[in-house]
Write a protein that binds this ligand. Structure first.
Ligand code: GTP
Ligand code: MG
Length: 427
């Protein structure tokens, strides 16, 4: 099937204010457009120090844009920068096409992809907050249709003299309160889950990083090597924002050390502020992690910018004191040796088993450092303790004595304390 026929044609537009990063920003915008199942037929750029407050582009360029829209029969324009409500109105009036800005586009992608109830609510909240100052532009109508905010209720108590604008604003505000409440409920359930995990005292590790860096591919590789047999793989796609929901899997290293690995939403430059805020709770997995593995596309010439964006976004959601290692992924695309360890960081490829094993070794060093080797004398009637140790620790030696079993094992702090009364001698 020829997919291009079903894709919406669009013209992308951008202002070159920061020449260094501009070309990449436009390439990324075009990738985002594709990720939203649309097809870029033309790109128009203008060099301006700052956007025209009324129309973004200057007057002549708007005329050129209008002509392109007519010639190419395009109904949608996508702008690289966030636009003010009046800029949206003015460009739409001039060109007779609808315009989406970068923020609106990312919100649409997230809205089309969100799967879990929580992700859906988070996206809706971000969209409502985006709509609020943009009431009565096509941006809000379009979003209305998707979120259904203007269908049904909300218009019942229209007071005399109250403008449509105020009514719509109130409707949006009500919906925001409602969604916030639902999110809180959904968040509570997650917190309970997370607490239960905390209790089980298994360390947690989160894969974070720029979109398309290979987080989900690494997750799948780790599940293959260390997951339980029935563990499901996560989705991998060569597309921006393939992953929108956090997935968590319990992995067991060969020496019984267990940890939870989570795959998280990727970041992108100029990620809408509303969305970052909304995804705070999804990213709580990262905030509560014992270790972050920042996955970087090592083969991408823009990798430094991607690292910077990732670290700034993490900071914005309040994740700034979790230890982090860097996985420089996709090394197979470059002429370099891998896996190569550089301190706690690793140059690797996600589809290479020795890379994944090396990554697991680094994770193990970082999150299981509070382990001590102890010899415990377990009385014969404490079979439950023996089976716990068998299932949860790395047993180095087992001896049988008249008064019980002597087990020498690596124990974490909590287990060392819990079974302290059986300790024979520290080794
Ligand atoms: N050559 C090569 N390709 C890779 C490697 N790791 C991932 N990829 C490819 O990169 C693309 C993106 O991989 P994903 O694992 O979906 O990336 P992600 O970081 O989860 O992306 P988002 O979910 O969008 O944030 C896919 O086409 C993968 O097959 C690697 O080590 N080498
Ligand atoms: Mg992913």
């Amino acid at each position: 099937m020829d997919l291009t026929q079903t894709l919406t044609p669009v013209v992308t537009i951008g202002l070159s204010q920061h020449p260094n990063s501009f070309d990449y920003a436009m390439t990324e915008l075009n990738n985002l457009v594709q990720a939203n199942n649309m097809d870029v037929v033309e790109t128009l750029v203008q060099k301006l120090d700052k956007p025209d407050p009324a129309t973004y582009f200057g007057k002549g360029k708007i005329e050129e844009l209008t002509q392109v829209v007519i010639d190419d029969g395009v109904k949608t324009i996508v702008a690289n920068d966030e636009l003010s409500p009046s800029q949206i109105r003015n460009i739409e009036k001039a060109t007779k096409a609808r315009i989406i800005d970068r923020t609106g586009l990312i919100l649409e992608i997230f809205a089309n992809r969100a799967q879990s109830r929580e992700a859906k609510l988070q996206v809706e909240l971000a969209k409502l907050k985006y709509q609020l100052p943009r009431l009565h532009t096509s941006a809000s109508q379009r979003l209305d249709q998707q979120t259904g905010t203007s269908s049904g209720g909300g218009f019942t108590n229209r007071g005399a003299g109250e403008s449509q604008y105020e009514l719509d604003r109130r409707t949006l505000e009500k919906r925001i309160t409602h969604v916030n409440r639902e999110l809180k409920e959904a968040g509570k359930a997650d917190q309970i889950k997370r607490k239960q995990r905390d209790k089980s005292d298994i360390p947690t590790v989160a894969l974070v990083g720029y979109t398309n860096a290979g987080k989900s591919t690494i997750m799948n590789g780790m599940i293959n090597l260390y997951g339980e047999n029935d563990d499901k793989q996560v989705m991998v796609k060569n597309m921006l924002f393939a992953t929108l929901d956090t997935s968590v899997r319990k992995l067991s290293l060969p020496d019984q050390k267990k940890f939870l690995l989570s795959d998280t939403v990727g970041f992108v430059s100029q990620l809408p502020h509303q969305l970052v805020q909304a995804f705070k709770s999804t990213l709580a997995e990262a905030a509560n992690a014992d270790l972050l593995v920042q996955v970087v596309d090592y083969a991408d010439p823009h990798r430094d910018m991607m690292i910077k964006t990732t670290e700034e976004t993490l900071k914005e959601i309040g994740v700034d004191n979790v230890p982090m290692i860097v996985a420089f992924n996709k090394a197979d695309k470059l002429d370099v040796t891998f896996p190569t360890r550089e301190g706690d960081n690793l140059i690797m490829a996600a589809n290479d088993t020795s890379s994944l094993k090396e990554l697991a070794a680094i994770i193990k060093e970082k999150v299981f450092k509070n382990y001590q080797t102890l010899s415990l004398l377990i009385p014969f009637d404490k079979g439950d303790v023996v089976s716990y140790l068998n299932d949860n620790t790395n047993i180095l030696k087992t001896d049988y004595r008249d008064n019980g079993t002597v087990i020498t094992a690596e124990l974490n702090d909590v287990d060392a304390k819990r079974f302290g009364k059986y300790v024979l001698a520290a080794e």
